[in-house]
Ligand binder design. Structure first.
Ligand code: PGA
Length: 256
């Protein structure tokens, strides 16, 4: 069987400050993206940069996605962005449930609605889950389970093919590689996620679903996490804004 491709997603969050800078960061990616044949590369820029970056790119090696979505098709929702709008500017993926969105009020219920709206509009979804802290009693596992079960409520086996899970422990986000999770801990968590999925779906579907790791992925820890963490790829935050560093992470993903 052919090995599935690695997935590397760049979550730019609310960066950089200007479209000019965004284009500058994207430039080296554009030039090099087609070299990484074993990687599906996904760019998640802030909303205002999606259309211009998408339009500036003629290749096929980068997919574009949004960091969030509003789960209604249209109407009086000042400040919100609909799935159709995202579709019309060429986005194919939507991130839902990022811990930074959850901290701003995205409950499990809202995450479920957003995921549903994204799937109904034929987007691929990256569902973020992650615990705030770990306790010796293992309660964090129950927390992860609840996040998965709530978000995937009503998602059929067929629809599950459009879902990727990004495991991002909150305490490891936005730090440095020293604070990232160790590969064996990631591996354990991945097994747990698959167990929960097996309880909800059939075994094949549960094991086919791609699981990414996010939380201070940098050049120094990328290889170890891919080798021993049993993840298919990464959701990269701060390191994705530094072209040289991000390209190196892509190289590592491509060869590992
Ligand atoms: P980080 O962010 O790589 O800066 O830790 C990851 C994320 O929040 O998606």
């Amino acid at each position: 069987m052919k090995k599935p491709k690695r997935i590397v997603a760049a979550n730019w969050k609310m960066n950089p400050d200007t479209l000019f800078r965004a284009k500058k960061i994207f430039e080296p990616l554009k030039r090099n993206a087609s070299k990484f044949r074993n990687v599906n590369l996904l760019l998640l820029p802030p909303f205002p940069y999606l259309a211009p970056l998408r339009e500036s790119y003629k290749g096929k090696s980068v997919a574009f996605g949004a960091q969030d979505v509003f789960p209604e098709p249209r109407g009086s929702f000042t400040g919100e962005v609909s799935p159709l709008m995202l579709q019309s500017v060429g986005a194919t993926h939507i991130l839902v449930g990022h811990s930074e969105r959850r901290a701003l009020g995205d409950t499990d219920e809202k995450v479920e609605k957003k995921l549903r709206a994204a799937l109904d509009n034929a987007f691929s979804v990256i569902l973020c889950i992650g615990e705030r802290e770990r306790d010796h009693g293992g309660h964090y596992l129950g927390f992860l389970r609840d996040q998965i079960v709530a978000a995937l409520k009503g998602v059929t086996v067929k629809e599950l093919k459009g879902v990727t899970i990004a495991y991002e422990p909150i305490f490891a986000i936005g730090k440095s590689a020293d604070n990232a999770m160790k590969p064996f801990e990631i591996h354990e968590t991945v097994l747990f996620i698959r167990r929960v999925l097996t309880e909800m779906y059939d075994r094949d579907s549960a094991f086919r679903l791609p699981i990414l790791y996010g939380g201070s992925v940098e050049v120094s820890n990328a290889e170890g996490i891919l080798r021993d963490g049993e993840v298919q790829g990464f959701l990269v935050g701060h390191a994705s804004l530094v072209p040289d560093e991000f390209l190196e992470i892509l190289r590592i993903a491509d060869r590992t």
